[in-house]
Design a binder for this molecule. Structure first.
Ligand SMILES: Nc1nc2c(ncn2[C@@H]2O[C@H](COP(=O)(O)OP(=O)(O)OP(=O)(O)O)[C@@H](O)[C@H]2O)c(=O)[nH]1
Ligand SMILES: [Mg+2]
Length: 182
């Protein structure tokens, strides 16, 4: 059986914890507490260490999914959680005015700490922001010669979450082929 460490990144309230819970098949651990950062996102709870869940795939592989805390004051944790990651899910909240700038900021983090790790970008909460510029995100999503897949995802929807993981797994397999055959 193969295990893959997958790290979920994104700003506060973009749906990291929701996604992890929606697609987990095994144990789920969360460290959500009452949210005192209502400026970051107006919701009841927020993650202060990480989310963790197992996902057993039909092919027998296991994903170990780590959701990071989105609050800026925990940004020191992101590189730590990225260590040894086989894949990254970057979630972007379409309802945030600064979403595109936030995408750029997270891409910088990834380029710095996970430059070669396969990654996908999921745009959440699109139903609440139908005018969101998905094109702009697709154009931006990458660095050097890398282009990251960008796709809409409702983090509450298990099917959509699994589809996002499927795209990530394809990226991981493509990466392995490149490694093996140069
Ligand atoms: N309408 C709508 N709501 C969504 C969608 N995706 C996620 N949500 C909601 O957005 C909120 C996301 O909250 P969390 O999952 O706690 O966000 P988080 O990224 O873990 O936030 P922090 O831990 O604070 O960084 C939840 O209330 C979800 O139900 C979507 O596509 N549409
Ligand atoms: Mg969370």
């Amino acid at each position: 059986m193969r295990e893959h460490k997958i790290v979920v990144l994104g700003t506060m309230g973009c749906g990291k914890s929701t996604l992890v819970r929606a697609i987990a098949t095994g144990a789920v651990v969360d460290t959500d507490v009452l949210n005192s950062d209502r400026e970051g996102a107006d919701k009841a709870s927020t993650t202060v260490a990480m989310d963790y869940a197992d996902i057993d795939l039909p092919n027998g592989d296991r994903l170990r999914l780590y959701g990071t805390p989105g609050q800026q004051r925990f940004d020191f944790l992101w590189p730590i959680l990225l260590q040894g990651a086989s894949g990254v899910v970057l979630l972007l909240d379409a309802t945030r005015a600064a979403a595109v700038a936030e995408l750029e900021a997270y891409l910088t983090v990834l380029k710095q700490h996970a430059a070669l790790v396969p990654a996908v970008v999921g745009i959440t909460r699109l139903d609440l922001a139908p005018q969101f510029d998905l094109e702009a995100c697709s154009t931006l999503a990458g660095w050097d010669a890398r282009v990251l897949p960008v796709m809409p995802v409702d983090a509450r929807d298990r099917e959509q979450g699994l589809w996002l993981m499927d795209v990530l797994m394809s990226e991981m397999e493509a990466g392995e082929l490149v490694m093996a055959h140069g």
